[in-house]
Every structure is written in C-alpha cells, then in structure tokens.
Design a protein around this ligand. Structure first.
Ligand code: ZN
Length: 292
C-alpha cells in the first residue's frame, strides 16, 4: 500500500521521469499504517501484518506525545530507523517587551548579544578546519571509500553545527524571556546588493548554518512568546554607541571596536549587538518602557 502511494506521489511531482527508489528510502506512514501505543511502543502495519515495535524517545519528546498530528515519516540511516513526526505546539501570545536584547550573528563569533555575552564557535571552527583539510586529502585520492568517508564527515559536521545553533538560540531566547525583552536582529533582506558588506561576511551569510541560527532563534522565540524585531543593518558595526560617531576607522580590525572620536573600546561584535538593540528601541519606543 505504501509502495503504491509512494510511486503515485513521485509521478504526481513529475510524470516524465521514471523514478528509482532506494531500498530503505523514507516511508510516509499515515494513521492507518502507524499508531502510537504509549511512549515506548509503536504499532506498524508491515508486510507480515501488524507489529509492535519498541521506540526510544527523550523526556522532552514524551511530553509532546499527545500533540502528535497526522502522519509520520519513517527514515533509515546508518543502521537505525527514525520516526519523524509533526507535533502541534501552542504558541503563547507574545509578551509586551520592556526593552530589546540585540543579537549580532557574526564572523568572529557565531553570535554576540548586547549584554556582552559572546557565543563562541571556536570548537565548531576547529572541527570545520580539520574537516576541510581532510576533505582536501580525500578529494585528491577520489576513491569510492574516500567519497563515502567524505559524506560521513559532512554529515557529522552538519549535525554538530545544528546542535551548536540550537544551544545558542535557546540561550539567547531564555535570556530575553527571563528579562522580559524582545530580540532584535539585523534585517538582512537585500544585503547581497550592498557594497559595504565585506567578502567574508557575505560568505558567512550565504552559509546554511548562519541562516539556520536565525531560523532557530525566530521559532524558539515564537514558542517562548518573545517578539523578534528586525532593524536596519547599515553601519551597526561602525557606529559608536557612546557618542554616535559613524566611521569605518572605528573598526581597526575584524575583532575590535575603538571609537576615533571618544575612545570607547569594546569587542566589535558585542558593540554591533548593542547598536542593534538601541535601533530596535528607537523603532519601537512603546516597547522601551516609559511611554507604554
Ligand atoms: Zn565614540
């Protein structure tokens, strides 16, 4: 039954291609095929009839068990079966923020906030460098096993980056929620056209990990009732938060900010985050306490 619908789905997408399926390709299971029997067992209709299969889930996942909606995807990877399910999680109404926590998703560090917390990705960077070297070596050999190893490495790197992004996003959102603040980020729509963006920064912004972190922050914030606002990104890294002077010489190098007017000196990314926060406060003064 699943085989028929899978073939039908493939042809619905494109009739001109005769699709080939991998022996352990993902299977979409609806409620007729798969049903949950508590947090540790699932009943699946197999070719040999219905079978109860033990499953493992974390405490967090167990808490969401009664929120499972619709179908589940059964995937097979590295010798293990995984069930991907959709859960329905209610979003609380957003809080009325009293101020903004600025987040700079950046170059030197993965992220920095206006409270001067730096979310360093040092070990992530080290892992990437190690993998890049290995990649070079393996690409030179070009054998089948080298390709397989490459694929495995890429997956490992991606999993690690995703995990780091989850943790940073959670920390940022928790910080904002605990202090009844919203989160301010740079509005990056159209940033590709801007000449002021350095090459390195452009590279970073095109990487999936960078976009993933933004997405994680946005959805975790929504689940926590923390509003997210986007601000104009122009000169956030060149503006002095103390005297307001905008000058590219305020930024002697990637990592440092030193105002040529008043001497204010701080790390570059937390300074940018501070500017992002104050732009949000200017844009949305009703959120900045006082007038509300
Ligand atoms: Zn200054």
């Amino acid at each position: 039954m699943r085989a028929i619908s899978k073939v039908a789905e493939a042809y619905k997408r494109d009739r001109r291609i005769q699709p080939a399926f991998r022996p352990h390709g993902a299977l979409v299971c609806d409620q007729r095929v798969l049903s949950w029997k508590g947090p540790d067992r699932v009943s699946i209709l197999t070719l040999h009839g219905r079978e109860r299969i033990p499953v493992v889930m974390t405490g967090y996942q167990q808490a969401l068990l009664d929120r499972i909606r619709g179908q589940a995807d059964l995937n097979y990877r590295n010798g293990q079966f995984f069930l991907a399910v959709v859960v329905d999680v209610p979003e609380p109404p957003p809080i009325q923020p009293t101020d903004w926590l600025g987040g700079d998703l950046g170059l030197i560090n993965i992220a920095a906030d206006s409270d001067r917390t730096v979310y360093s990705g040092q070990h992530l960077k080290a892992l990437r460098a190690r993998h890049a070297r290995l990649r070079q070596r393996l690409q030179k050999t070009g054998t089948k096993s080298a390709k397989r190893l490459l694929k495995k490495r890429r997956r490992k790197e991606a999993r690690f980056a995703t995990d780091v992004n989850h943790r940073i996003a959670k920390q940022l959102v928790t910080q904002a929620q605990g202090t009844r603040r919203g989160i301010a980020l740079e509005d990056l729509t159209g940033i590709r056209d801007r000449m002021t963006v350095s090459k390195a920064q452009r590279r970073r912004q095109h990487s999936w990990a960078f976009h993933q972190l933004r997405r994680f922050i946005e959805y975790k914030a929504r689940l926590a009732g923390v509003p997210v606002t986007l601000v104009d990104p122009r000169n956030t890294s060149r503006t002095c938060p103390q005297c307001g002077l905008i000058d590219k010489h305020n930024r002697p190098d990637q990592a440092h900010f030193r105002c040529i007017g008043c001497g204010f000196a701080r790390p570059a990314d937390t300074t940018a985050a501070r500017n992002i926060a104050s732009r949000a406060a200017v844009n949305q003064p009703q959120a900045a306490g006082g007038s509300a």
